[in-house]
Design a protein around this ligand. Structure first.
Ligand SMILES: [Zn+2]
Length: 164
């Protein structure tokens, strides 16, 4: 017999395996986007917080969650967006940050400054050679969530997942 708790866990695992369309090595759980999964009778409610208002990936994530849960045997799936509190890169898991480095993207550094206009920007470490001697080439990299950096040590350009 399957308990209600086990069913909720199964639903969480199905939703947690959904990959971020922009950085496919990261799941929405790694990103901290997946906030809550509740199961009531046959109805699953998944709550996510978008990473960034400018990230068009959210619609794709929403569709993927419905598909993943349907494949796991849940047929009534509702995806809710929780906009407050706003997502910050602080919610990204350590496993997620490690995966970003392996993928060649510098993970967010420092912490988002909550409730203030001042943001602490620490040096960005090159994901290839580990040098801190890097500079920003462009505020927006391959997507609006990332900035384009260049490493002065190995001369490789790389994406940096911006802190926000
Ligand atoms: Zn480098």
């Amino acid at each position: 017999m399957v308990t209600g708790h086990a069913i909720a866990e199964e639903a969480w695992e199905a939703a947690a395996a959904v990959a971020d369309p922009e950085v496919p090595v990261l799941t929405i759980e790694d990103l901290g986007v997946l906030r809550e999964v509740t199961v009531e009778d046959d109805h699953v409610t998944v709550t996510i917080t978008p990473t960034y208002s400018g990230c068009p990936a959210m619609d794709a994530i929403r569709d993927d969650i419905v598909l993943a849960l349907t494949a796991a045997g849940f047929h009534e799936v509702e995806v809710r967006l929780a906009l407050a509190p706003a997502w910050t890169t602080d919610w990204m898991t350590d496993a997620g940050k490690r995966k970003l480095v392996d993928y060649g993207i510098a993970p967010p550094t420092g912490r988002a400054a909550h409730g203030g206009p001042i943001r602490l920007q620490l040096s960005v470490r090159c994901p290839r050679c580990g040098s801190l001697n890097t500079r920003e080439l462009a505020r927006f990299g391959s997507t609006s969530c990332k900035a384009l950096y260049e490493c002065r040590a190995c001369l490789e350009p790389f994406d940096h997942f911006k802190v926000h």
